[in-house]
Design a protein around this ligand. Structure first.
Ligand code: CP3
Length: 359
């Protein structure tokens, strides 16, 4: 049995859920909703459970991963769980010295600054992911008909952390390396694509019902650079996931980045069923840019959740209306939940979207 208050009561299995159906452009009972960073600091029960355990340790503890992943599903009645993990985890497991500093983000002890550094980057072995397999299996059993979204960081966004050494605004070192060392750049992205694919494959094989590839910082690139120097590695991640024609177990693919207005068609071309859109481009305009063959996910500005009740309701209605232009719409924020968000507002958004779209 699923957790109490589980959404989508008429779906018998995750494969029949509104999330999976919307992703594939099939009719839904109502528009599915989940939130990027729904598991995290906006929830007091998360802060209580995480107290005293480092972020990257909690991600490798199947009990903590299971409980933290379920918290927002129980509380908000969202239409999907997203695995509690982090995009840098495959690197950490492979042996790269990374710390996640609260309020900052991932910090790398020895950033990649040379071609030799690229070749010294350790590879992830599937055998290192037993904890992940355990956590996903347990979650899928607990979730019942509610789908679990697995995820990985896209090669470009992971490369930005490895090269910059931490979070960055301009990503100037990353771009300088990309232009100066095109061959090593290609090798780096290929390595990161293999590790992302291994990380995703483990989650899908253990029962995840959809995957999201986070290329959060791809929006800093021109369309030409993205198409030539980045897209092939993201496509390789999706290609490694399965072969629909040959019937290998495969699940819907969501592909997301921030400030990707100029890249939207390319983000789709990399192999997505669903293109994640941030708040800068209205969903109906995003659909025009992406074309009719894909669904969209998004795109309420996370900051709107800090505004008054009427503003929240008006903006939710707008996103729902603009999402009707798509073959399928998964309601989400344009980026992650801000830590200062009142969790009751998130619950109300779920109820609003469901109420506005009930068939
Ligand atoms: O969405 C979810 O609820 C699932 C869990 C999830 C986390 N990180 C947990 C997390 C997911 C999907 C991610 C992905 C991730 N991590 C991305 C891509 C998504 C995006 O936001 O664009 C990126 C860029 C990272 C790197 C990262 N890890 C950042 C920027 C931070 C925040 C640092 C901070 O303190 O502001 C982290 C840490 C992190 N990852 C937290 C959580 C819940 C906060 C850790 C804490 O509780 O202190």
């Amino acid at each position: 049995p699923g957790p109490t208050g589980a959404p989508d009561p008429s779906a018998a299995t995750p494969a029949d859920s509104d999330l999976v159906r919307a992703a594939m452009g099939l009719p839904v009972r109502r528009t599915p909703v989940w939130f990027m960073r729904q598991a995290g600091r906006s929830l007091p029960e998360y802060r209580a459970l995480r107290a005293g355990t480092k972020m990257l340790e909690s991600c490798q503890d199947p009990d903590l991963v299971t409980e933290i992943t379920l918290q927002p599903v129980r509380r908000h009645g969202v239409d999907a769980a997203i695995l509690f993990s982090d995009i840098v985890l495959p690197l950490v497991v492979a042996g790269v010295d990374i710390d996640i500093k609260p309020g900052v983000g991932p910090v790398i002890a020895s950033p990649i600054r040379s071609v030799a550094d690229v070749d010294a980057l350790p590879d992830l072995q599937a055998g290192q992911l037993a904890f992940l397999e355990t956590a996903v299996r347990r979650l899928v059993a607990e979730l019942g008909a509610t789908p679990l979204i697995g995820f990985a960081g896209a090669p470009f966004t992971l490369a930005t952390y490895l090269i910059e050494g931490g979070p960055s605004k301009e990503h100037a070192r990353t771009k300088a390396f990309m232009y100066a060392e095109p061959e090593a750049w290609g090798r780096l992205l290929d390595k990161l694509a293999v590790s992302a694919a291994t990380f995703l494959r483990t989650q899908v094989d253990a029962g995840a019902s959809a995957v999201q590839l986070f290329d959060s910082w791809a929006g800093v690139l021109s369309a030409a650079d993205y198409a030539e120097r980045v897209l092939p590695s993201s496509r390789a991640v999706f290609d490694a996931l399965g072969d629909r024609e040959r019937g290998v177990r495969d699940v819907p693919r969501i592909h997301f980045g921030v400030a990707t207005g100029e890249l939207l068609p390319l983000i789709g071309d990399a192999g997505a069923d669903v293109v994640g859109v941030d708040w800068r481009v209205p969903l109906d305009e995003a659909v025009r840019r992406i074309g009719p063959g894909r669904s969209v996910q998004g795109n309420l500005d996370p900051a709107v959740l800090l505004a008054d009740r009427d503003t929240v309701e008006r903006e939710v209605r707008r996103v729902v209306e603009q999402g009707r232009a798509a073959r399928g719409h998964i309601f989400n924020l344009g980026h992650g939940v801000l830590p200062e968000t009142d969790p009751d507002v998130l619950t109300r958004v779920v109820e609003l979207v469901h109420g506005l779209t009930e068939r």
